[in-house]
Design a binder for this molecule. Structure first.
Ligand code: GLC
Length: 425
């Protein structure tokens, strides 16, 4: 059974492989996405190690001079996606967007390095990539945490990777939508509109893009200028973990100065994460930096922070919180608490279960003495695949497939889980 699933997953990945990068899925997402690529590299690493490195190398080749690594790279023109390069206008040779995405590449590189048998080859490739990833992390703490709190903010919901999460509703209330150029969405022609963000949310997304474009995509200005400025525990958790992984890798490469810089960023970030602990909910929650308060939205962002090697008491509480969510749905981990009024089992990040987030939470919990819950999450992930194939995301009650089909990172996670985590299938 598991070999058949691995073969199918490999077929999905190969179908979306464009040679030096993969698209998340044909049609809906026809370019290279940042965190999709880094996580997809983990899938490749089980059957084509060279291709795994190439995926991350292509991504990092499009890093901006200031260190930012963009969220989409528009390698080939494609009218099937909105907003395309003519909306972003970032003036790059190969066009990119002007915002970023979760910094999962450092975490992925650590795994690629560990898995590459020929360490001389791995070191050579790493020596070129690691300074770039480290520069990206430094960019985060410089331009997205100008007051040096230890926590970075996102300035657009798309940066979080959890586009329409309930976490962003309050922040988006502060975004005006007047004056935006008329536009036609393309996502709803590829996927069921009931599974996608609302038109109102889309107007806010586009307003922010036009506003940042008007500021010349100058990252030294954008954080303070943005009406939307949110601190996401999951986003920070991923960055913290990647800083730790970069520190380890820098030690392997014999670069003590990079190692100590990266370790210091991780240590400071981990300490600051504590300020996002929400005792009422028993999980981390987002801090609205523009408004100046901790939110109460019970989303998966606060559970994803488990990736950051949080204190064991916190990991234990997160596992208990997830056990509670398991009583409220059929398939862990719902992206929003099913008993909250804003939960929507079909709509993207407002309820559905996503395999990549499951994998990252399980990875963190497994390292924090919560192996039983980690295994439970991975087992639910495989139940979803067996029931509904390699979808973009799933209804956490029925297990129904939602969004796009034949999804690269979902397939990559299946390979990763089956090959690596040794879950009985
Ligand atoms: C959606 C997801 C985002 C992902 C992208 C491509 O925008 O919210 O996390 O990177 O699709 O799969």
């Amino acid at each position: 059974m598991s070999q058949a699933l691995i073969d199918q997953a490999r077929g999905v990945m190969e179908g979306n492989d464009r040679g030096t990068y993969t698209v998340p899925t044909h049609g809906l997402y026809p370019f290279q996405w940042n965190w999709d690529s880094a996580l997809s590299a983990l899938g490749f690493s089980h059957f084509d190690m060279d291709r795994a490195w190439v995926e991350v190398e292509t991504l990092m080749a499009h890093q901006w001079d200031d260190g930012m690594v963009p969220h989409i790279i528009f390698h080939e023109p494609d009218d099937g996606y909105f907003p395309g390069p003519n909306v972003w206008q970032t003036r790059r040779d190969v066009p990119t967007t002007g915002i970023t995405q979760p910094a999962v590449a450092g975490f992925a590189l650590r795994k690629l390095y560990d898995r590459t048998e020929d360490k001389a080859v791995a070191r050579e490739r790493l020596a070129k990539l690691l300074p770039k990833v480290h520069a990206w992390h430094k960019w985060f703490y410089r331009d997205r945490d100008p007051k040096s709190t230890g926590l970075v903010a996102i300035i657009h919901p798309w940066e979080s990777g959890r586009d329409n999460s309930v976490d962003w509703d309050e922040g988006l209330d502060a975004v005006p939508i007047e004056g935006i150029a008329p536009f036609t969405r393309r996502d709803t022609t590829h996927a069921n509109p009931d599974h996608r963000p609302s038109d109102e949310q889309y107007k806010c997304y586009i307003w922010l893009v036009e506003y940042f474009r008007g500021l010349g995509w100058d990252n030294a200005k954008l954080h303070d200028a943005s009406p939307f400025c949110l601190v996401d525990p999951g986003f920070n958790g991923i960055l913290i973990r990647s800083c730790d992984d970069v520190a380890d890798l820098a030690e392997f490469l014999g670069d003590p100065s990079m190692a100590s810089e990266a370790r210091a960023m991780a240590t400071k970030g981990r300490a600051a994460l504590e300020s996002l602990w929400n005792p009422t909910l028993g999980q981390y929650t987002c801090y609205n930096r523009a408004a100046g308060h901790l939110q109460d939205t019970p989303s998966i962002g606060g559970l994803l922070a488990a990736i950051a090697d949080v204190p064991h008491a916190r990991a234990d509480a997160l596992a208990r919180r997830i056990a509670l969510l398991a009583e409220r749905c059929g398939y862990l981990v719902p992206s929003h608490d099913p008993i909250d009024g804003a939960f929507d089992s079909l709509r993207y990040w407002r309820g559905p279960t996503w395999l990549i987030v499951n994998y990252l939470i399980a990875e963190g919990l497994g390292r924090s003495e919560q192996g039983a819950m980690a295994q439970r999450i991975l087992a639910d992930s495989l139940r979803l695949i067996e029931k509904s194939g390699f979808a973009e995301y799933y209804d956490p009650n029925s297990g129904e497939p939602c969004g796009g089909g034949d999804f690269t990172w979902t397939a990559a996670m299946v390979i990763e889980i089956l090959k690596n985590q040794k879950v009985p299938a």
